[in-house]
Design a protein around this ligand. Structure first.
Ligand SMILES: NC(=O)c1ccc[n+]([C@@H]2O[C@H](COP(=O)([O-])OP(=O)(O)OC[C@H]3O[C@@H](n4cnc5c(N)ncnc54)[C@H](O)[C@@H]3O)[C@@H](O)[C@H]2O)c1
Length: 347
């Protein structure tokens, strides 16, 4: 099949492919990257929106996540959405100027770029499924915790308790999902004490009624979305006996200690982990199309937008967003780029 290289050639003629690059010596810089011809089974994309993920900051500041290391210049950005500019040989199921996963027209680029972190939540719910009316706890109200909560709610979870150490993130979580209950973790409390307080929120009858706690009302699943040792331990004490702790969070340490081994063993708790996702985009798109996860809700996660030319500032802002003085909460920062025609006009 003849493939469309016109747009690729046009983009090449502009010589515009500004890219945010991280270096092995922990610098970030903007650079013009090559515009390759799409090969067999490949497409050339114009990326229109890219979310900044904690891992981007980690590659910049620490140069590694586990065994993944930055050994030379590397272009950042994996939470991306864009349009197809050109197709390589063998690509006949995608149209030029359409997304690689065909999206309904009403799904914005901002929303489409969130399909990546949403996929993490979807994969967590696939690997530890819940049924309608299952009590679930989510630890950590960052973008991953919020999107995982959205996936849990769409799967039928109720009630849902979400925790964080940050009051601002919790009030954002309550506005994002009004059905959830929030709990502010006291970092000085022990995991057992914290777990007990979280369990109180799941108790239907309430202690005041003098009734014993019903283990069946306790969360059958804890979605741990922080990766912190103390939070994983808290998850083990929070989940119901025989329930599941799914550790979505990633640790900065290669070894994590202080996991309550004997409690997990005696209560037959399943402790499992996920590594991103696979084959989740079609389900995520269907969930959005069917309003199981509302697009406006997803878009509300994008609290800050920067233009592509300001990508370095965007990353710096992301690294310091906890220090912002205007009282606003930062959840997801996206870098956006206008259509090529506009970019050409403005340069
Ligand atoms: N497994 C995977 O494939 C995968 C994919 C993407 C992200 N992640 C990981 O998921 C985690 C969350 O990502 P994010 O982008 O939402 O990060 P984030 O840092 O924005 O959010 C984490 C939240 O956890 C809160 N927190 C810290 N300690 C806590 C505690 N003890 N109890 C409750 N909350 C606490 C923080 O205040 C913050 O709001 C990270 O560890 C990230 O690396 C894993």
């Amino acid at each position: 099949m003849a493939h469309d290289t016109t747009a690729a050639t046009a983009a090449k003629a502009d010589r515009q492919n500004p890219s945010l690059v991280v270096t092995a010596d922990h610098r970030i810089k903007m650079e013009e990257a090559e515009i390759p011809e799409p090969g067999v089974g490949e497409v050339l994309l114009h990326i229109r929106a890219t979310g900044i993920c904690g891992s981007d900051l980690h590659f910049w500041k620490h140069g590694a996540i586990g065994s993944l290391t930055v050994d030379g210049d590397c272009i950042l950005g994996h939470e991306a959405a864009g349009v197809v500019l050109a197709r390589g040989p063998g690509v006949d199921h995608l149209e030029v100027a359409k997304f690689t996963h065909k999206l309904p027209d009403s799904v914005s680029f901002a929303c489409a770029a969130l399909l990546e972190p949403l996929s993490v939540g979807l994969h967590a719910l696939r690997t530890s499924p819940v049924s309608v009316g299952s009590p679930v706890a989510v630890f950590g109200a960052g973008p991953i915790g919020l999107l995982t909560m959205a996936a849990a709610r769409a799967s039928g979870a109720h009630p849902i308790v979400i925790t964080d150490i940050d009051e601002g993130r919790l009030s954002f979580a309550k506005a994002f999902e009004p059905h959830c209950l929030t709990y502010k973790v006291d970092p000085t409390a022990t995991p057992e004490v914290t777990a007990n307080r979280i369990r109180d929120l799941f108790e239907r009858e309430g202690r005041t009624a003098g009734l014993p706690r019903t283990e069946y009302d306790m969360p059958q699943l804890v979605l741990e979305c922080t990766g912190f040792e103390s939070s994983i331990a808290t998850a083990a004490y929070t989940v119901r006996r025989g329930g599941c702790v799914n550790v979505v969070g990633v640790s900065s340490k290669p070894l994590v200690n202080n996991i309550p081994f004997m409690h997990i063993s005696l209560a037959e708790i399943q402790l499992r982990f996920i590594n991103r996702y696979h084959d989740t985009w079609p389900a995520a798109i269907r969930a959005i199309e069917g309003d199981l996860i509302e697009r406006s809700k997803l878009e509300s996660l994008v609290t800050d937008e920067f233009r592509l030319e300001e990508a370095v500032q965007a990353l710096e802002f992301s690294a310091n967003s906890h220090k912002r003085e205007d009282g606003r909460i930062t959840v997801k920062i996206q870098i956006v780029d206008p259509p090529l025609s506009e970019r050409t006009r403005s340069t």
